[in-house]
Design a protein around this ligand. Structure first.
Ligand SMILES: CCCCC/C=C/CC(=O)SCCNC(=O)CCNC(=O)[C@H](O)C(C)(C)COP(=O)(O)OP(=O)(O)OC[C@H]1O[C@@H](n2cnc3c(N)ncnc32)[C@H](O)[C@@H]1OP(=O)(O)O
Length: 390
C-alpha cells in the first residue's frame, strides 16, 4: 500500500520528493528481508520530517513501538493517576506485552512508511488539480480545511453577472456541507469586485421592466440570505478595489482582510440606487450613523486603512505580502476545533438573523422601485455609453 501510495504521488507532482524516495526505499528494504537497525534509524529521522501531525493515537503507537524495540517489554512502574501523559505512554507500551523486539522494529518502520506516504500525497497540489468542477464564473478549491471561492472575471473587474450570483449561492450551499472549517471569498486579478454587472440591466424589453425588477429583487434577496444564514466562518480576502454589493455584504462576514491597495466604494446615490446587503443596518452598527451615511448616502470611497479604522475591515496588509500573510493566518485558524468554531459563529450571529432577513426584504423592495426610476436608468445608460465611470 505504501509503495502504491508513493508511486501515485509521483504522477501527481513533478517528480518524487526526497520524502517519497525515503518512503519507497524503506518499503522495499523492509519487504525484502525485515527491517534492519538502519531502517529503524532512518524511520526515526523520517518521523521528524512529517508535515502533518499524525495525532495523539498514532504518536502513542510510535512511542510504544520505539520503546519495545529499544528496551523490550515494559519494565517500569505505572505512573500515578495525575501524571496523565506518562500514564498514556506507559499504557501504550505495556499493551505490546511480550512482542519481540524485531517485530516491534518492523511495525515501527511500516507505520512510519505509511505515514510518510500519506503525508507526501497530502502535500500541496497545483490549484488546477484541486479546482471543483461545475463553475464557469468562479474557481472553487478546497485545501487545508479551507474552501476558497474566487470570483473569476478579471477582465471585467469581477463584475457580478446573474450567473455569478447563482454560482456563488451554489458554492456557499456546497461549502456549508463540506468538511471545510473556513470559507473564503476573494477575487482573481486586480479587483476584488466592481459590484453588480451593469449589463444585468440591459436588453430588457420595455414591457418586461417591472417583471425583471421583481426577479432581480428575488435573486438579490436569496443571494444576501445565503450570507445571513451561512453557518461557518466567512472570510473576505479583499485583493483589490471593491464596489457596490461586494462591499455591502461585508457586514455579514466574520473576518475581512484587505490589501492596502483595496478601496471600498458604495456609490448608490450616483447610480440612482439604494443600499443592499443589509448595509442599511450593519454599517451604522459597525461604524456609527455619521460614517455610514457618508459612505452609503454620499458615496465616499474609503481606503483600506480608513475602512479598518471604521471597523469594516479586520486588518490591512501590504499588497506585496498580502496573499502570503493572509493564507498563513487562515491556515493556522483552520486548525482550530471545527465544531467549536462553528458553534461560536452561530452564537454570535443567530440573535441577529431574524432582524437581518427583515432588513434584507425591506432593502430589496425599495431597490426594486429604484431600478425602475429615471435616475437609475440614466446612470446605467451613462456608464454603458461610456460617459460615466466611478
Ligand atoms: C440581480 C441584481 C442584483 C443587483 C444588486 C445591486 C448592486 C449594486 C451595485 O453593486 S452598484 C455598483 C455597480 N458597479 C459600478 O457601477 C462599477 C462600474 N464600473 C466602473 O466604474 C469601472 O469599470 C471601474 C471603476 C470598476 C474600473 O475602471 P477601469 O478604467 O479600471 O476599467 P474598465 O472600466 O475599462 O473596466 C474593464 C472592463 O470591465 C467592465 N466593467 C467593470 N465593472 C463593470 C460593471 N460593474 N458592470 C459592467 N461592466 C463592468 C468595463 O465595462 C470594461 O469592459 P470592456 O473592456 O468591455 O470595455
Amino acid at each position: 500500500m505504501a509503495l502504491a501510495g508513493a508511486v501515485r504521488c509521483w504522477r501527481l507532482g513533478a517528480g518524487p520528493s526526497s520524502l517519497q524516495m525515503q518512503a519507497l526505499s524503506l518499503h522495499m528494504s523492509k519487504t525484502a528481508m525485515g527491517a534492519s537497525q538502519k531502517d529503524f534509524e532512518s524511520a526515526m529521522n523520517q518521523v521528524k520530517l512529517l508535515k502533518k501531525d499524525p495525532g495523539n493515537e498514532v504518536k502513542l503507537k510510535l512511542y510504544a513501538l520505539y520503546k519495545q524495540t529499544t528496551e523490550g517489554p515494559c519494565n517500569t512502574p505505572r505512573p500515578g493517576v495525575f501524571d496523565l501523559i506518562n500514564k498514556a505512554k506507559w499504557d501504550a507500551w505495556n499493551a505490546l506485552g511480550n512482542l519481540p523486539k524485531e517485530t516491534a522494529r518492523q511495525n515501527y518502520v511500516d507505520l512510519v512508511s505509511d505515514l510518510s506516504s500519506s503525508d507526501s500525497s497530502s502535500q500541496v497540489k497545483p490549484e488546477a488539480d484541486r479546482k471543483q468542477p461545475g463553475y464557469e464564473t468562479l474557481v472553487v478549491t478546497s485545501e487545508d480545511s479551507i474552501t476558497k471561492i474566487m470570483m473569476n472575471r478579471p477582465a471585467k473587474k469581477n463584475a457580478l453577472t446573474i450567473q455569478m450570483y447563482r454560482e456563488i449561492m451554489l458554492a456557499l450551499e456546497a461549502a456549508s456541507k463540506d468538511d471545510s472549517t473556513i470559507i473564503v471569498l476573494t477575487g482573481n486579478g486586480d479587483y476584488y469586485s466592481s459590484g453588480n454587472d451593469l449589463m444585468n440591466f440591459m436588453n430588457i424589453p420595455p414591457g418586461e421592466m417591472e417583471k425583471e425588477a421583481k426577479n432581480g429583487a428575488i435573486l438579490l434577496r436569496d443571494f444576501v440570505g445565503c450570507f445571513i444564514d451561512f453557518p461557518k466562518p466567512l472570510v473576505a480576502v479583499i485583493n483589490g478595489p471593491a464596489i457596490g454589493i461586494s462591499v455591502t455584504i461585508l457586514g455579514l462576514f466574520d473576518l475581512v482582510y484587505a490589501s492596502d491597495r483595496a478601496t471600498f466604494h458604495t456609490p448608490f446615490t450616483h447610480l440612482g440606487q439604494s443600499p443592499e446587503g443589509c448595509s442599511s443596518y450593519t454599517f451604522p452598527k459597525i461604524m456609527g450613523q455619521a460614517k455610514a451615511a457618508e459612505m452609503l448616502m454620499f458615496g465616499k470611497k474609503l481606503t483600506a486603512r480608513e475602512a479598518c479604522a471604521q471597523g469594516l475591515v479586520t486588518e490591512v496588509f501590504p499588497d506585496s505580502t498580502f496573499q502570503k500573510e493572509v493564507w498563513t493566518r487562515l491556515k493556522a485558524y483552520s486548525k482550530l476545533p471545527r465544531n467549536t468554531l462553528h458553534i461560536s459563529k452561530q452564537s454570535i450571529r443567530n440573535l441577529e438573523k431574524e432582524k437581518l432577513h427583515a432588513v434584507n426584504a425591506e432593502e430589496n423592495s425599495v431597490l426594486q422601485e429604484r431600478w425602475l426610476s429615471d435616475e437609475c436608468i440614466n446612470a446605467v445608460m451613462s456608464f454603458l455609453s461610456r460617459k460615466a465611470k466611478l
